[in-house]
Design a protein around this ligand. Structure first.
Ligand SMILES: [Zn+2]
Length: 111
């Protein structure tokens, strides 16, 4: 195989990969629009009121309280800083999507 053919093959492999990534992104967007949990963050839980995210058997994201773990409240955590910070739709507490809950000072700022 000469160099030209090799380069052509590399370019077409890259295009195939690139197209696959683009298609995957579209699938991800579609799934998200259907309420399916596709993010790679941890599930959120509010330490203030106990509202927590869960995923049903169909992969759909829902929120429940511990006392009624099978009943979707219909509430959804609101994303406020590039998927890193969320606001509890029930009590308003700011919850970090990454690790721990933010400290109380930051939580009280928005109120
Ligand atoms: Zn809460």
């Amino acid at each position: 195989m000469n160099k030209k053919t090799l380069n052509k093959r590399r370019t077409s492999s890259y295009k195939i990969f690139d197209n696959a990534v683009k298609r995957l992104e579209k699938v991800k967007e579609k799934a998200k629009s259907l309420g399916i949990f596709v993010d790679d963050r941890k599930l959120l839980e509010c330490s203030e009121c106990g509202l927590m995210e869960d995923i049903d058997i169909n992969g759909r994201l829902l929120t429940v309280f511990e006392k009624a773990p099978d009943k979707d409240t219909g509430l959804r955590f609101e994303e406020i800083k590039n998927s890193k910070t969320f606001r509890c739709p029930n009590c308003g507490k700011v919850v970090s999507g990454k690790q721990e809950l933010l400290n109380d000072i930051e939580t009280n700022n928005w109120r």
